[in-house]
Design a protein around this ligand. Structure first.
Ligand SMILES: [Zn+2]
Length: 144
C-alpha cells in the first residue's frame, strides 16, 4: 500500500471516530461473527422448512434452495427451478416469509407476474396480501 492511501485510510478512520461511527467489526469481533453465522444457519433451515411445507401443499417440485444475504431482493426463482431466498426474511413476520416462499414457488408455474401468476399465488395462499403489504411497508426494517 502506498503512503498516500495509508494517509487517506487513517483520515477516514479518524473521520469515522469523530462522528461516533465504529470501525467494521469493532463491536462484535469474533463473537459477533460466530453469532451471525449461527443465526444465518438457523434462518436457512427455517426458510427451507417453509419452502418444503408450501411446495408439498401446492404439489410443486423445485430445483433446490439457496440462501443468500441479498438486501434488496427477498427471493428469486431461476430458470432451472432453483429458488433463492435472503436469510433476512426470518426477521419478518411469518405471513411475510410465507408470502415470499409462495411467490417464488408460483414462479415454477408462471415465470412472470401475469394475472395467471397471481391466481396461482392466491390459490396456494388466499391471504397472501397481508404478508405482501407488510414487506412493502416494512421491508427496510430487515436491512439491519
Ligand atoms: Zn416474482
Amino acid at each position: 500500500m502506498d503512503k498516500e492511501k495509508t494517509g487517506t485510510r487513517q483520515k477516514n478512520v479518524r473521520a469515522a471516530q469523530a462522528e461516533g461511527v465504529c470501525k467494521r467489526g469493532e463491536h462484535g469481533g469474533a463473537a459477533g461473527a460466530v453469532f451471525l453465522d449461527w443465526y444465518k444457519r438457523r434462518a436457512a433451515s427455517k426458510i427451507k422448512e417453509r419452502v418444503e411445507y408450501w411446495a408439498r401443499l401446492a404439489g410443486l417440485r423445485h430445483g433446490g434452495i439457496r440462501i443468500n444475504s441479498a438486501a434488496k431482493r427477498w427471493g428469486s426463482c431461476g430458470r432451472n427451478g432453483g429458488l433463492n431466498f435472503s436469510w433476512r426474511l426470518v426477521m419478518a413476520p411469518h405471513a411475510a416469509l410465507d408470502y415470499v416462499v409462495v411467490h417464488e414457488l408460483s414462479h415454477l408455474v408462471h415465470m412472470n407476474h401475469s394475472p395467471d401468476f397471481w391466481n396461482t399465488v392466491r390459490r396456494i395462499m388466499p391471504d397472501y396480501d397481508a404478508g405482501r403489504q407488510w414487506l412493502k411497508n416494512n421491508g427496510h426494517l430487515l436491512l439491519v
